[in-house]
Design a protein around this ligand. Structure first.
Ligand code: ADP
Ligand code: MG
Length: 314
């Protein structure tokens, strides 16, 4: 097994280990053929460092970063990924969401911005907490409420709708009440959706989270682009938006997959300078790259080779 470690672990004053993968194996299946991308990969990340993972195309860099970020799991008997001592692969549901949403920020190789959202909305995505069970049940509750009010109104006042010659028999009233219940349910859902859209708009304009997202976007030189869609942005602006989104919840760790991979040299340098500034204010960075010049920005470099992680000078 190859373990990429430094003497950090022995030094008494070494910063804590925030993230680690031990003996990780990851196999993809192409039809019936298993492709073992990571064989025995171990890596440690220490608080406050900027670690670069260098490797050729196809060596498994993105795969390893996805495992560290809880976006994928190792093979069932293929080692463990731990965040502050807790196995990431054992996280499920809300625990896993919290890990992905608050403990780390992830910058994807190809931005992965949502095309129908503006720059500000994209940057605010991590702050949009997944609905609680209570909130998720609200559309159903508003439909039920609307239906109940409709049915009651139909039952009490249904005879008004009948032609004068018709008797308001219980069956007729029940049919009218049922019709009104359906209309009431539809109106209930409509009102709920309307309120939700308005609340989101207000939150987007006035909430503390919106102010923070604007501040980050301003720091990244995107204030004049807040309302633009990703398709209207240059590559560098898209990547800055993606980094602003990754930092939306102010996570202590940023995982960045080839953050300059699709940019020209100058734009790439701007992005690296921006990461450098964040790193200097305490952000731990794990950055994957195939480019030694990009890796040179990091405090420490490890290499992926043949499914294992090696110290850069091994
Ligand atoms: P890198 O980021 O170093 O370029 P990746 O981690 O993306 O490499 O991929 C490593 C290898 O695994 C490649 O050969 C790639 O084709 C393969 N691979 C990656 N993801 C999948 C997948 N979901 N299914 C099958 N093969 C995959
Ligand atoms: Mg990759």
């Amino acid at each position: 097994m190859s373990m990429a470690t430094t003497d950090h672990s022995e030094a008494p004053s070494s910063p804590p280990r925030v993230l680690e993968a031990s003996g990780v194996r990851k196999t993809y299946r192409l039809g019936r053929v298993p492709v073992e991308v990571l064989k025995d990969a171990s890596i440690e990340v220490f608080q406050g460092e900027w670690l670069a993972i260098l490797g050729a195309s196809g060596s498994g860099k993105s795969t390893l970063l996805h495992l560290l970020g809880g976006l994928d799991r190792p093979d069932s008997d293929g080692g463990v990924v731990k965040h502050e001592g807790q196995a990431v692969s054992s996280l499920r549901g809300a625990g896993l969401n919290n890990y992905r949403n608050r403990d780390i920020g992830f910058v994807f190789q190809f931005y992965h911005l949502l095309p129908e959202l503006s720059v500000l909305e994209n940057a605010m995505l991590p702050c949009m907490v997944p609905p609680s069970r209570l909130r998720a049940s609200l559309p159903l509750a508003s439909a039920a409420g609307g239906a109940a009010i409709g049915a009651l109104a139909g039952w009490l006042f249904g005879d008004v709708a009948l032609p004068a010659a018709d008797d308001a028999t219980p069956i007729r009233l029940a049919v009218i009440a049922a019709t009104w219940a359906v209309v009431g349910a539809a109106l209930g859902v409509l009102c709920f959706q309307l309120i939700q859209v308005l609340a989101d708009r207000v939150r987007m304009r006035t909430g503390a989270r919106a102010a923070e997202a604007r501040k980050t976007l301003e720091d990244f030189g995107l204030l004049h682009r807040l309302k633009h869609r990703p398709s209207q942005l240059s590559g560098g602006e898209r990547q800055r938006t993606a980094i602003a989104r990754a930092l939306g919840n102010d996570p202590p760790i940023l995982l960045a997959d080839e953050p300059t991979g699709n940019l020209d040299a100058n734009t790439g340098r701007e992005i690296l300078e921006l990461l450098k500034k964040r790193h200097e204010s305490g952000l731990t960075i794990v950055m994957v790259t195939h480019d030694p010049k990009v890796a040179a920005y990091a405090d420490r470099v490890v290499r992926i080779e043949d499914g294992c992680v090696l110290e850069a000078n091994e």
